[in-house]
Design a protein around this ligand. Sequence first.
Ligand code: FES
Ligand code: CO
Length: 345
Amino acid sequence: MLVTQHPVFRRFWYPVMPLSHLRQTQGQPGNPQPFQLLGQRIVLWLTPEGTVAAVEDRCCHRTAQLSRGCVVAGCIQCPYHGWQFDATGACVKVPQLQPHERIPASYKVKAFQTQIRYDYAWVCLEPDPLLPIPDFPEAEDPRYRVIHDFYEAWQCSAFSFMENVFDNAHFSIVHTRTFGDTSNPIPAISEIRETDYGFHTYAEIPAVNNDLQKSNLGMKEDRTLRCTSGDWFMPFLHRGKIVYPNGLEAILFVAMTPIDDYTSQMAHFWIRSDREEDAPAANIIAFNRQVMDEDRVILETIPADRPLAVESEQHMLSDKPSILMRRKLMALLRESERGSLVSKG
Ligand code: FES
Ligand code: CO
C-alpha cells in the first residue's frame, strides 16, 4: 500500500516535529523548519502566541521555498522577494508595493491546521480530521516522567512498522541482544478487541533482561514478564503500556508519520513511573537504541508497496493484530472511496 495514493490518510493528525526543533535552530530562535507529510512539503514555525503555524512550503509568487526564509513578526518571509505570509497563509506584506497599493487576496499560500501535544507539533492536512489526537494521560501526570528518545526517518512504510509493534513472534528471533527469549520462540498470543480508533490488545510476554535492562528496570532477575496493553490508533500511532512484576510502568508512544510512500518519521518517547535516580534516561535510551536497531535492519528491507489484502501473504496465529489492522485499513479506504466517512476529530 502506497500511502500517498490514498487521500484519506490526509485526514488524520500526525506528530511532525518536536517543539524543541522549532524553538531553537542553528543557534537562532524561531527559525522556520521544513517537513514533508504524505508528500506535501510544508514549512512550520512558532508564532509569538506560542502556537505552531504550518503552510505549504512554496511561495505563490515564484515558488521559492518559504522554509529557506525567516520568521518576521510571527509571519514567514519568503527568501526571494520578501513577501510575508501569516499563519492563515494570507500574504500580509509585499515590500515592492507602493504604500497606497493593496495586496490582492489571491496572494496566499495553503495553510494547515496544527496542534501542540506532548511537546510535538501535530499537523492535519485536511480541515476535517477523522479522529482526535489520542490521550496519553500519564504524559501530563507529574508522577510520571517523559523520556524523548527518537525522532528520525526510517526507509520503511508506516504500516509495516505498526504491524511490527504488535508482532509478538519476532521478539525471540530479532531481539536476540536485548529482550527476546531465544529459548522460546512460541509467541504470546494477544487478546484483541476492536475499538472505534483501531484496536486494543493485551498480552503477557516473557522477556530476557540483559545487564543494561536489569539496571533500567531495577531488577536482578535474568527474566521478566511484560504485561503489555497495546493500542493501535489508526492509521500509524501506537501506545504500549508495559507493567513489570515490580510494579514499574513504562508506556511507549510511537508514531510513524508518513513522509512519503517509502519513508516515515519516527516520533518515539517513553512515559515511566520511575525516576531519574532509579534509572538514568541516557541508559534507557541506549537500551531502546539497541532494540530499534534490531527492528530497523529488518523493516527497511520490507517493500512499501506490498498489498494490504490479507490473502496476499501467509499468516500464523500471532498475526491476528496484523490481520485486523489490514481489515480496518481496507475498510477505511473503501469507505473513503464511497464518501461515507464521518469526522470525529
Ligand atoms: Fe516568494 Fe517572490 S518567490 S516573494
Ligand atoms: Co521489534
